[in-house]
Each structure stands twice: as C-alpha cells, then as structure tokens.
Design a binder for this molecule. Structure first.
Ligand code: FA5
Length: 332
C-alpha cells in the first residue's frame, strides 16, 4: 500500500505525458501494483478482504482522478509549447497563393470609378427603382417616347420602374446639390433585351459636370473622355460622331479604333475599323429647366460597363458574365 501512495505523489510531480504514461502502466499494467494488490486479496480472510478491497478501490479512484487531472494539465502545457514553436512567419512569401483580379465586370467597374473619383467626380449609386419623372420626363423623354414602351422597360404597378439607364442619377444630383456639380452615377440598369451583346440587367456609368454659364463646354467633355479612353484602352485613336440623345444638345458618340484589328477591319468591328464606346453631350436646356436651374452649363456622358469589359477582357458573349462559370474567373 505504501508503494501505491508513493505513486500518487509521483503523479503530482510528473512533468511530461510520457512520464505520466509510465506511472499509469506501473500502477494498472498487467504487472502493475494495483493488479498485484488486487490479486493478493484472494489469500485474505473474508473480513480483511472486504476492508482491503475497499481501501484499494478508494486508492485506485484517487489514482485515476489524479492521473486524469495531471494528463489534462500536461496536455495543455505541451500544446502551448508546440504552438509557440510553430509560430507562422507572415512575412514569408507564399508562392501557392491564387491571385485574381476578381470578376472582369467588378474589375472594370472599379477601374472606371478609380479614374473619375481621382479627377474629383463624386460617386453616386442612386436607386434601382425610379419614377417616370427621374427616368424619363426630367430627361426630356415625354410620354410618347419609344423607350417608355412596355416592350423596353420593366414597370411596376404604381408607375414605378427599374431604371433603364443611370441618367436619373444626374437629375437627383441637380435637384439636391448646388452647382458646381461633378459626379458619376454607377450601377445596374434594366431593359427588356437579350442577345449576345444585350442582357436584361447590365451596368452603366453616368457622368455629369455642371457649373455657371460658359464655365463648362464641349471641349472639356472631349478632353476628359479622350483621356479616359486612353487610360482604359491604351494607344487607340478616338473618333467623335454627332448623335442624338433627348437630354443632351449637341450630342455625340465616341468610337475607338478597333482594339482587335487596330483599325484594319475585322469581324468584331464589322469591318469598319471602329468600335462604338460611349454617348455624351452638353446638358439640354430642357433638362436644366426641369430641375429648376438657370444661368447654367454642363455636360453629361454615359457608357455600358459590360461593353468595356468585353473589349478589354476579349469576351465575345456578354451573357457569359452572368453564368457563374468559374472557368471565366480562372481565366483572369
Ligand atoms: C444611354 O443609356 C444614355 N443614358 C447614355 C448617355 C448619358 C448619353 C448621358 C448621353 C449623356 P444608350 O441607350 O445608348 O444610352 O446606352 C448606353 C450604353 O449602355 C450602350 O452603349 C451599351 O453599351 C449599354 N447597353 C444598353 N443596353 C444594354 C443591354 N441590354 N445590355 C448591355 N449593355 C447595354
């Protein structure tokens, strides 16, 4: 029995899990002290046997408790020591990391936002659900305008609609801010379209610069947008064509020399050597009148982000942006 009490003390003093395991075997193994003492019980008379068995069982319980307790304590100490030894060096380069620019659409959108915000344009996201005034009327698109047809626009029951372009953001900006105003409106827009270059949901960027009379003119618009097109497409030629938008006068569209054939003519540019990129113009007097601004001048522009992403990332079917095919992301 004395040897068993000594084992209990050794358990308290154990410093490693291996030492503890040795003590467990010494006590409970085939040839262990407890095994030996229990075997000896059979030689005792009935009374001594009962007394010794009780004493032995109490000692065994105490041993098992002390052992379990010590084991837990030593396990935490060893774990702590192992974790300290395994410190991660965050400064080491990991060549296995997978770098991605993200989805080509988000990447293109961020590039556009970066460019204009660095020039001092304030970012507006606007609301996706608009009323007819902000989406059409204020932009000089009266009730008979074809874009207002049910075939083109997603309407709700109460004359609300999913914005068909980001141009309503310029109306909100002019209604809520005092000129000078310099803003871009960015985000999803919706039309009833579906083919290789058109989807029901797509993204646009709108730009608006407004200041008192004669301070903003078409020359500023041309400079800002030509610089922007060179930032996105590099060394391309830019061509301006006159065009029509109800909310700008004069209106124009900018083309770039085809990035695939460098202007020689190919399938992508329909053999013309040019690619249409954006619409722009000076803000129409009617629009200023609709938002109650006087003695004022300004320019606006708008473009489709998918179109830019298709050209810069060489993707020929716009619908593939929305098909969540991981292979598309892996290609970037
Ligand atoms: C507009 O939406 C005008 N609000 C742009 C504007 C703003 C002009 C300010 C002048 C001043 P448009 O309908 O052409 O213009 O659309 C602009 C671009 O959106 C198109 O060139 C095209 O790239 C893109 N787009 C139009 N419909 C879709 C569609 N269904 N899917 C993908 N992109 C589309």
């Amino acid at each position: 029995m004395q040897a068993l009490h000594a084992l209990l003390i050794q358990i308290q003093n154990a410093t490693t899990l291996r030492e503890l395991e040795d003590l467990r075997l010494q006590a409970l193994g085939k040839k262990g002290l407890f095994t030996h003492q229990f075997a000896k019980l059979k030689d005792l008379d009935i009374q001594s046997k009962a007394r010794s068995a009780q004493e032995l069982n109490q000692l065994k319980d105490a041993f098992l408790n002390a052992h379990a307790h010590k084991k837990q304590e030593l396990q935490s100490v060893e774990l702590e020591a192992r974790l300290c030894a395994q410190k991660i060096d965050l400064t080491l380069a990991n060549t296995d990391l997978h770098f991605s620019l993200g989805h080509p659409l988000s990447y293109t959108k961020e590039r556009i936002i970066d460019y204009f915000t660095q020039l001092g344009f304030k970012l507006h996201l606007g609301a996706l659900v608009e009323d007819e005034f902000h989406n059409f009327d204020a932009l000089n698109m009266p009730a008979y305008h074809p874009a207002r047809d049910m075939q083109d626009t997603f309407y709700f029951k109460d004359h609300k609609l999913l914005r068909t372009h980001t141009s309503p953001t310029q109306i909100h900006a002019m209604q809520t801010q005092k000129p000078p105003i310099k803003m871009i409106g960015v985000g999803p827009t919706f039309r009833r379209d579906y083919d290789t270059t058109h989807t029901p949901m797509f993204h646009q960027v709108e730009g608006l610069v407004v200041d008192s009379t004669h301070k903003v003119h078409f020359g500023h618009l041309k400079q800002v947008l030509e610089d922007f097109l060179h930032y996105i497409f590099g060394d391309v030629r830019v061509r301006w064509r006159s065009s029509f938008f109800p909310f700008t006068e004069p209106s124009a569209e900018a083309d770039i020399s085809c990035v695939f054939c460098e202007g020689r003519g190919c399938k992508v540019c329909s053999q013309t050597g040019w690619l249409e990129i954006l619409g722009a113009g000076c803000v129409h007097a009617k629009v200023f009148e609709n938002v109650g601004l006087k003695d004022i001048s300004g320019y606006a522009f708008g473009l489709g982000i998918e179109r830019l992403a298709m050209l810069t990332c060489e993707i020929n079917d716009l619908r593939s942006f929305f098909e969540t095919d991981l292979r598309l992301l892996e290609a970037f």
